[in-house]
Design a protein. Structure first.
Length: 367
């Protein structure tokens, strides 16, 4: 896959003689955080980001009022604050090369050139879309992660077994294993069940690292959905205990956070576009809710608030049945199922109330 197939074409750009104020207004209007800078001959001469704009302004300890700050920023030109040593890529290069450069250079976007002409821009969001497609996230099926010996023919054994019983691989990604002799693979296969997949791997004597059936008609579809979110969160945290996070205002505006406030979370945070990889029905409702509550309660919607994803451990999806009058288990006398774990509460307060009810019932039972 080449960069031209995933980049944003005909990107907005600014001129070196524009002011910081003009650029800030353009970024806010278009909800973008990075802009290439072209001279009057349309040559790429720099790139400017919101981080550059922040650096151009006075420090937080300034004694200037807002009008003085606005006047100051209106006099600063783009050419004074832009990054001049621009790293770019050609549109014919492969996507993974763009990802490597962005990771090595610590940048969030790359101007895309056709010879010396700017034809597009590739950002972290573009790469995340590729990531989602590579893993077949939008397809139904069974998702499996496993390790194979690093030698020819191993993957062919697996795919042949899938094909023999009508399975079709819709996505396949391989990456380095824990040692040089192994190759980790994640694939999604449709047309067969999770049990059939397990039988195949048992027959081939290949250990399954994890398996997640993805089916809308599964009675455990909500738990499967929860597990998919957790695995995606794990991937977004670089497969470590670091947690993906985003400033609340950036989440609402659908843009990546360039930096994050300090957090008490010891393993650390990593900037991630939660608005992009969370399911749309989740992110959209959160965005609307934050905006509405921000209008009702001034100061709620702020860039100093950090969203850290995802917390999915919740109330029990099943319920231990108990008698409605005695609150005892329907078959085990003297057992009082209660609280979230038994499926009778949805939070701290309701669990406490239910626990109190069961305590009273237990006391009556013992008296």
């Amino acid at each position: 896959m080449i960069i031209a197939s995933v980049m944003t074409r005909n990107p907005l750009y600014v001129r070196p003689e524009m002011t910081v104020t003009e650029v800030r207004e353009l970024m806010d209007k278009e909800k973008i955080g990075k802009l290439p800078v072209l001279d009057k001959h349309d040559n790429l001469v720099g790139i400017i980001t919101k981080k550059d704009l922040v650096k151009a302004g006075p420090s937080a300890e300034t004694t200037l009022d807002m009008y003085e700050i606005s006047y100051l920023l209106s006099k600063i030109k783009v050419e004074k604050v832009m990054e001049k040593n621009v790293v770019s890529v050609q549109e014919t290069e492969v996507v993974e090369e763009a990802a490597r450069i962005m990771a090595d250079k610590g940048v969030g976007c790359l101007p895309v050139m056709k010879d010396n002409l700017l034809v597009g821009i590739i950002t972290e969001s573009d790469l995340f879309r590729v990531f989602v497609d590579m893993f077949g996230t939008r397809h139904q099926g069974v998702r499996i992660t496993f390790s194979l010996d690093e030698k020819p023919g191993q993957l062919a054994r697996v795919s042949s077994e899938f094909a023999e019983i009508g399975g079709n691989i819709v996505s396949l990604v391989t990456f380095d294993g824990d040692n040089m002799s192994k190759r980790r693979c994640t694939c999604k296969v449709c047309g067969i069940s999770a049990d059939q997949v397990k039988e195949i791997f048992s027959k081939l004597q290949i250990d399954i690292e994890d398996i997640a059936p993805v089916s809308d008609d599964s009675p455990l579809r909500v738990m499967n959905f929860q597990e998919r979110l957790e695995r995606l969160c794990w991937a977004m945290g670089n497969y470590k205990q670091t947690a993906p996070a985003q400033r609340m205002t950036d989440f609402v505006r659908r843009k990546l956070s360039y930096d994050l406030p300090r957090s008490s979370y010891a393993p650390g945070l990593i900037s991630s576009p939660l608005h992009f990889w969370l399911p749309k029905f989740v992110s959209t409702r959160l965005q609307r809710g934050f905006e509405q509550f921000g209008r009702m309660s001034r100061g709620f919607l702020t860039s100093e608030a950090t969203m850290i994803g995802v917390e999915t451990r919740t109330s029990s999806p099943v319920r231990i049945v108990r008698d409605g009058e005695t609150l005892q288990h329907v078959t085990v006398q003297g057992l009082f199922p209660c609280g979230e774990g038994a499926g009778y509460a949805g939070g701290i307060v309701s669990a406490a109330v239910d626990g109190e009810r069961c305590a009273v019932a237990a006391k009556e039972y013992l008296s």
